[in-house]
Design a binder for this molecule. Structure first.
Ligand SMILES: Nc1nc(=O)c2c([nH]1)NC[C@@H]1CN(c3ccc(C(=O)N[C@@H](CCC(=O)O)C(=O)O)cc3)C=[N+]21
Length: 302
């Protein structure tokens, strides 16, 4: 058996990021400063680290940031107020709310508080609706990352069976809409599997392309895969490694060791979808900023 192709996201992410860097400079030459406002409401160190990475990346590209962190046990109003303050701040050109939010926060209310024109994650009802209708204003960073990765490695989607494990509104559902849309990078037959799916293996075994976004390490192993499947693992869960001094390893939902045998291609975790998610997010920051300033035409195509 030949080893599977490694679907590394880094090289494409670097190319995409280079175009973002040029566009930031172009916008600044037009006196427009791309500025990302973020809201994070969690005590989870992994989620905090993801947010740190976003701010570091923005800083390195010349994108300003305004960061609002709310403790996980604070009243929900603190979260709504944070979004409203960034909404009202004219210097903030782009807005990102990291999920998951605590259970006592009404996520649907938060979605409605984000202005569609500042939304960089297809979080608002309007932008989600446009995406499902086939006219996206902005594509969620993670879903965009998966589509870009499949295109980069010439993984055909037309007419093929794509099985997505997950049903959330930031990754799984938008991704299903994109991959089943009429046209390039679409035309797939998409199945969404989730915690109420009775026989997960029956679905994963017949997948041509399997996308996992459940956040459950080990949920899928090699025995659940069909021969030649392309595996895209979106999840990145931090687990304690044997080395108790380390902060732990990032792992996906798929047991990579046993998946190697059947898979024809597989994403590494980390180094697969993650770097492309970051690049897609900063791409969106520049796009919504340019659009709001009427400078869409000066931004370089990717
Ligand atoms: N509304 C919303 N949209 C999101 O897109 C979203 C979110 N909420 N909540 C949290 C997750 C997590 N996320 C990541 C982004 C980049 C990396 C990334 O850059 N990963 C690198 C490095 C990881 C590391 O070194 O820790 C890699 O996988 O190679 C990972 C994870 C976006 N998320």
């Amino acid at each position: 058996m030949t080893d599977p192709t490694m679907l590394a996201g880094g090289p494409l992410a670097d190319r995409l990021t280079a175009t973002v860097e040029r566009d930031v400079a172009t916008l600044r030459n037009h006196d427009v400063v791309p500025t990302l406002g973020t809201v994070l409401m969690t005590d989870d160190p992994t989620q905090r680290r993801f947010m740190d990475l976003k701010h570091e990346r923005c800083a390195s590209l010349g994108i300003e940031t305004v960061r609002v962190d709310v403790p996980a046990d604070a009243p929900a109003e603190r979260c709504y107020d944070a979004v409203e303050s960034l909404r009202a701040d004219d210097d903030v050109t782009a807005l990102f709310v990291q999920v998951p939010l605590p259970d006592h926060v009404d996520e649907q209310r938060v979605r409605s508080l984000v202005p569609a024109g500042k939304d960089v994650d297809c979080f608002t009802p309007e932008n989600l609706g446009r995406l499902v209708a086939g006219d996206p204003h902005v594509v969620p960073a993670t879903a965009a990352a998966v589509v870009r990765l499949l295109a980069e490695y010439d993984v055909e989607t037309a007419g093929r069976d794509v099985v997505v494990v997950g049903r959330d509104a930031v990754i799984a559902r938008p991704l299903a809409a994109l991959l089943s849309a009429n046209g390039p990078d679409g035309d797939a037959t998409v199945t969404l599997c989730h915690t109420a799916t009775t026989d997960l293996t029956a679905h994963t075994r017949r997948a041509d392309v399997l996308v996992t976004a459940a956040g459950h390490p080990g949920l899928v192993d090699g025995s659940m895969l069909g021969e030649g499947v392309v595996v895209v693992d979106v999840s990145a869960t931090r687990v304690q490694s044997d080395d108790s001094d380390s902060s732990g390893d990032l792992v996906g939902d798929v047991d990579a060791a046993s998946a190697r045998e059947p898979a024809s291609a597989i994403t590494p975790v980390p180094g697969g979808v993650g770097p492309l998610t970051m690049a897609s997010l900063v791409r969106n920051v520049v796009d919504v900023t340019g659009r709001a300033a009427g400078l869409e035409h000066v931004l370089g195509a990717e």
